[in-house]
Design a protein around this ligand. Structure first.
Ligand SMILES: [Zn+2]
Length: 62
């Protein structure tokens, strides 16, 4: 997960972290990223509920 972004409202659902960040163009974006080594799942969503749903339904490959 890039460290230069400013994440807030970070939560963890299983191995997946969900966070909201400001994209620098006046919009908030929401990201879900798996912290398990070897998984590499990471995706951005236009809304928070989408990111949280993805985290909850993530099936970890690792
Ligand atoms: Zn995973």
């Amino acid at each position: 997960m890039p460290v230069h972004r400013r994440f807030r409202d970070v939560i963890r659902i299983g191995p997946v972290q969900v966070a909201t960040y400001f994209d620098g163009h006046g919009r908030d974006k929401h990201t879900a990223a798996c912290s398990a080594p070897g998984c590499g799942f990471s995706a951005d969503y236009p809304d928070r509920s989408g990111a949280e749903l993805a985290a909850r339904t993530h099936r970890c490959k690792a």
